[in-house]
Design a protein around this ligand. Structure first.
Ligand SMILES: Nc1ncnc2c1ncn2[C@@H]1O[C@H](COP(=O)(O)OP(=O)(O)O)[C@@H](O)[C@H]1O
Ligand SMILES: [Mg+2]
Length: 435
């Protein structure tokens, strides 16, 4: 098992400096926050509480560094204020959009309230504030440099999407889907980082303007913001930055790093979140040992790309089995956060229902009780896709069926995860109707 099978969020070993966070929120939101914090890996979440009473008792028991509060568990502003006064620790509060400013002030006046955020805000900035305040209180680490904590250019990050685009069959369309997914995220206003873990990486030849020589080896050599990250990253279009993969497959073992290395893809994804990226899209190679291992250990969502053939069913049943069974507990991808894209559909090949049924039967034979992931979308075989890529241009622009498929896929993942209350785009209606 490569040493890169390690995720800080999945590790019982916590650094003494890790902030201990208690969440007070309605169940769904609490679960989403919990997941975001676990994925980030820099926090320990002791509990989520869904009532005021449990929250206050929990805070006394646990003595957390920070309480992250959603007003959905309160009935009024005065209840928020009186609860905050009973909590003996730093409080970070997320209010729904449209809250009147006197209410915000009443909460903000409480000395232990560190920050009040209104619904559409920058999640990495909130995490940055918790880390910085906790660090200052404990006086154990140097202050983070200000460049690291700068907020992004007015773009709201939609929680954290660390998405591994994977599959065990080469040529199915992982790279094409990864590029398309990243382009659509960027169009939606999410600051996006596309990272290639494939070696050799084809992106510089499929996306006009990218250089092959500026690549992820910079990150492996110097895993810091000012050196490795800046030297590795290339701006491709507004909101879309790219880290090109290695050109030399021999160097692939760079991806197999010891758990104490800080040059892993996990660290890269965490760094990206701190820098204000809202999505990290990872193009993962078929081989499980190197790049794919790194992608899985850094991801919270996975997209399996397959063609409608028996060969691809076999290959991707195995991919899913690895994720939900063999590697269970070593990553942050819930079985329900894996979806499948059926790409290069042609008349005469397996229809989507047959594909899914056969795949689920194969899984059952291998003692996996989860059904095969939902088919998020099917994409027709369209010659315009490789033609555009041969020219270094966007397959989304060139191919209507491809664009439609990618939009359904992003709609499923980003739309579903938008429930987390940190949505990009238009402000939502008030959820709680409280204040
Ligand atoms: N929907 C599609 N229709 C036609 N060709 C496609 C489609 N999707 C991908 N391709 C082509 O298939 C080939 C393999 O795709 P690629 O994305 O490189 O797959 P992978 O990364 O899984 O190996 C490329 O030439 C690509 O242009
Ligand atoms: Mg590829």
């Amino acid at each position: 098992m490569p040493a890169s099978w390690n995720h800080p969020g999945a590790s019982p070993q916590q650094d003494a400096g890790t902030p201990n966070v208690l969440i007070g929120a309605p169940y769904d939101i609490g679960q989403q926050w919990l997941q975001n914090l676990h994925v980030d890996g820099r926090f320990r979440v002791s509990a989520t509480k869904t009532t005021i009473q449990e929250l206050v008792v929990g805070a006394q028991d646990i003595n957390p560094d920070a309480v992250l509060l959603n007003p959905g568990i309160f009935g009024s502003v005065s209840e928020v204020v009186s609860t905050v006064q009973r909590l003996q620790c730093d409080v970070y509060l997320v209010l729904p959009d449209g809250v009147v400013s006197e209410d915000i002030e009443a909460v903000r006046e409480q000395p232990n309230v560190k920050s009040v955020y209104v619904e559409n805000f920058n999640w990495p900035e909130l995490l940055g504030a918790i880390l910085a305040n906790t660090a200052a209180k404990r006086k154990f680490v140097s202050q983070p440099d200000s460049e690291l904590w700068r907020s992004n250019s007015g773009v709201v990050s939609a929680g954290m999407y660390n998405i591994a685009i994977w599959g065990r069959s080469g040529g199915a369309g992982r790279t094409s889907v990864a590029i398309g997914f990243a382009e659509v995220c960027a169009q939606r206003g999410i600051r996006t980082l596309l990272v290639s873990l494939a070696a050799p990486c084809p992106l510089p030849y499929m996306m006009d303007g990218l250089k092959a020589s500026t690549n992820i080896s910079e990150w492996f050599a110097r895993p810091s913001v000012d050196e490795g990250f800046k030297n590795a990253v290339q701006t491709y279009k507004p909101n879309l930055d790219v880290i090109v993969g290695l050109q030399d497959a021999i160097k692939e073992n760079n991806f197999m790093q010891s758990p104490d290395s800080n040059a892993t893809i996990n660290d890269l994804a965490i760094m990206a979140a701190r820098l204000g990226y809202g999505a990290v899209i990872m193009d993962a190679p078929t081989s499980i040992m190197a790049g794919a291992a790194a992608a899985i250990s850094a991801a919270n969502y996975m997209v399996l790309v397959a063609r409608p053939t028996i060969a691809d069913i076999i290959a991707n049943v195995e991919a899913f089995r690895l994720v939900v069974k063999n590697l269970s507990g070593r990553h942050m991808i819930k079985p329900g956060n894996v979806v499948c894209v059926l790409n290069q559909m042609k008349e005469g090949l397996l229809p989507q229902d047959d594909f899914h049924r056969i795949a689920t039967e194969f899984l059952q034979k291998q003692d996996v009780s989860s059904p095969f992931p939902v088919i998020a979308t099917t994409i027709k075989d369209d010659i315009a896709v490789p033609v555009a890529q041969n020219d270094g241009t966007s397959a989304i622009t060139a191919s209507e069926p491809f664009a439609r498929g990618i939009h359904s896929l992003t709609g499923l993942i980003l739309g579903a995860a938008d429930k987390n209350n940190f949505s990009a785009g238009k402000p939502k209606k008030k959820r709680f109707g409280l204040f």
